[in-house]
Design a protein around this ligand. Structure first.
Ligand code: ZN
Length: 239
């Protein structure tokens, strides 16, 4: 790995400083648990792009492969009276000046009038590190925004799969479950949606900041080579 690659992969420049991305830290946490499915990452990106383009009112139909997920999203949107204030609140870049990290929030919007951070997930379950990620976004948005602050944060998980009519095996990018000897007969694509509000913001943010410290320690040799990386920890020691 080169230094440029490290910088590009794990962070970006904001206001003259190089700071890590929220997902660099949370990815570091989840890697330890053996997660990370490259195969569905591309599909997840396509779902994110399609939802963003729908919310921004851009022209054009979503791709056939993500259609069931986008339809599930639209149905959810109506049922929850979900709205965004402006298209700038979709894929919104945030920067926490105090805690020194940056990130991109999928959606900031209102559900039945309550304003919050929404993180879109295409994983097959809501995971622990999603709490860390949204806590970091929530704090960054509220610290930097001149607009009304967010009251809460949610995970909106959309999953899409095909199910075997015979043995109920599921197929996303890979087949899982069911009978390995079954001559699977796949039904049409189905989608599943889960919407969850997360509590304990203060505790989750504290855990994110601890994870960031650990990430900084793990990558200290790289970080020491970045002149505009704000070294908050060593400054603390000097005081
Ligand atoms: Zn089957």
């Amino acid at each position: 790995m080169t230094l440029d690659y490290f910088k590009q992969k794990y962070g970006h420049e904001v206001e003259g400083l190089w700071v890590p991305r929220v997902t660099a830290v949370t990815g570091f946490v989840s890697k330890g648990n053996g997660f990370w499915n490259r195969g569905s990452a591309d599909w997840g990106t396509l779902v994110h792009q399609s939802v963003a383009s729908l919310l921004k009112g851009e022209k054009g139909e979503p791709q056939e492969s993500v259609m069931p997920s986008i339809q599930a999203f639209s149905k959810w949107q109506k049922a929850h009276h979900f709205e965004i204030e402006s298209i700038e609140e979709v894929e919104k870049k945030v920067f926490d000046r105090e805690n020194l990290y940056a990130g991109t929030v999928d959606i900031i919007g209102r559900v039945k009038g309550k304003k919050g951070i929404i993180d879109l997930k295409t994983s097959s379950e809501i995971r622990q590190e999603h709490s860390l990620q949204t806590a970091a976004y929530f704090a960054a948005y509220n610290s930097g925004s001149t607009k009304e602050k967010c009251e809460t944060r949610w995970i909106l998980r959309i999953e899409q799969y095909e199910e075997c009519k015979g043995c109920f095996a599921k197929k996303k990018t890979k087949v899982s479950g069911g009978n390995p000897f079954c001559n699977h007969v796949w039904g049409g694509p189905k989608s599943e949606l889960e919407f969850k509000e997360l509590e304990n913001q203060a505790h989750d943010l504290e855990a994110f900041l601890s994870a960031k410290e650990l990430w900084e320690w793990y990558n200290r040799e790289w970080l020491n080579q970045i002149p505009n990386y704000p070294k908050k920890l060593s400054q603390k020691v000097l005081i």
